[in-house]
Design a protein around this ligand. Structure first.
Ligand SMILES: Nc1ncnc2c1ncn2[C@@H]1O[C@H](COP(=O)(O)OP(=O)(O)OP(=O)(O)O)[C@@H](O)[C@H]1O
Ligand SMILES: [Mg+2]
Length: 335
């Protein structure tokens, strides 16, 4: 899928992140197969899909954190720099600087034996030559920014003394400490209750708007994605099967998988006693992909061609930001 970002004047805008034909292989298996993503500076993109669709591998590939036997092919350009050409040392510098990630499980990323303040201070001093006192002041400001009450006191707390929501906020504060241009958040709210989820998502949105930080927000929850993002990429079986600006994609989804995901969304205005529709069948394993379209075995629209021919990427609306889907019937408008 090759899509160029074009701004209102019709000229090509320089995206902050441009991923082209990204594949992740492990042995004979390719769990990520030719992913393209474009994110402008300050943009917010949700990457949505069921478990195993390749969301985390895509994120970890961008972060340069995949190690053999996993191999990465394609192109990942961040701010004009091809990340796949960088040495491990240069990549580590990127991760401390323009690129940061919030991981799914904050307890595994926070060190239990150090106070959160010390961990944030270390993060700040890793990439900036400032005194401990200055870094501590900045850590307190960051904790305040991410909505931790009484940050002067909390800065000396240990991770186990905080609630799940607070730990997630601390992780966001740590990720922001290097003032990254791109923040990748991998299901940062999955372990939290619904109210805390909404607060964290709103917080990330505010920070992105205030600081101009671009965010890739990985989630399996389209409702969360809708609350946060302006663009969406729907992943299935290691491919981006639908992409576009959030509103048109939600209003007029062109891939049956996106429609199924939307159908399984909990509607706040709906009858709570109504059974939520779920998507029948299960997602494909990377080693057992069907021929043709990988959604075909679960697809209500599937025809013979879907088993025989790999679906083309159909651009259903060219722009300024293209909307498209990888489906033989993407032009139909399925709703
Ligand atoms: N280190 C690995 N070695 C081999 N296969 C892997 C490895 N990591 C992930 N996979 C496989 O690659 C596929 C995609 O995994 P990935 O973790 O990217 O999924 P995901 O979309 O993030 O799912 P989830 O929503 O459950 O986090 C899965 O089938 C997974 O089993
Ligand atoms: Mg994952």
């Amino acid at each position: 899928m090759r899509v160029d970002v074009v701004d209102e004047t019709g000229t090509e805008a320089a995206p902050l992140l441009r991923v082209r034909d990204l594949s992740v292989r492990v042995g004979e298996v390719t769990p990520v197969r030719g992913v393209d993503l474009d994110l402008p500076p300050g943009g917010r993109m949700a990457v949505v899909g069921e478990s195993g669709s390749g969301k985390s591998l895509t994120a970890l590939a961008i972060m340069g954190l995949l190690k053999p036997p996993l191999t990465v092919e394609g192109s990942i350009v961040l701010d004009g720099v091809e990340l796949l050409d960088l040495s491990p040392r240069q990549l580590a510098a990127m991760r401390g600087g323009s690129l940061a990630m919030v991981y799914q499980d904050p307890m595994s990323s926070l060190n239990p034996v150090y106070s959160i303040g010390r961990q944030i201070v270390e993060c700040i001093r890793l990439h900036e030559d400032v005194s401990r006192a200055v870094a501590r002041r900045r850590a307190i400001d960051l904790l305040h920014e991410v909505g931790i009450a009484d940050p002067e006191r909390r800065v000396d707390s240990y991770p186990h003394e905080l609630s799940g929501g607070m730990r997630q906020r601390v992780m966001i504060a740590m990720a922001l400490s290097a003032e990254p241009k791109l923040l990748i958040a991998d299901e940062p709210t999955t372990a939290l209750d619904v109210t805390t989820q909404a607060r964290i998502v709103d917080l990330m949105r505010r920070i992105s708007e205030d600081r101009g930080t671009a965010v890739v927000f990985i989630t399996h929850d389209l409702a969360i994605a809708a609350r946060f993002c302006d663009q969406v990429a729907v992943m299935y079986g290691g491919r981006v099967v639908e992409f576009g600006e959030a509103e048109p994609t939600y209003d007029d989804p062109r891939h049956p998988y996106t429609r199924a995901l939307l159908g399984s969304m909990c509607r706040l205005d709906g009858d709570v006693n109504e059974l939520l529709p779920t998507i029948p069948g299960s997602p494909p394993l990377p080693a057992e992909l069907p021929t043709g379209c990988s959604f075909r075995p679960r697809c209500p629209r599937a025809e013979e061609v879907c088993a025989e021919v790999f679906p083309p990427t159909v651009i259903t609306d060219p722009g300024p930001r293209p909307h498209g889907a990888e489906c033989h019937f993407a032009q139909e408008g399925m709703r």
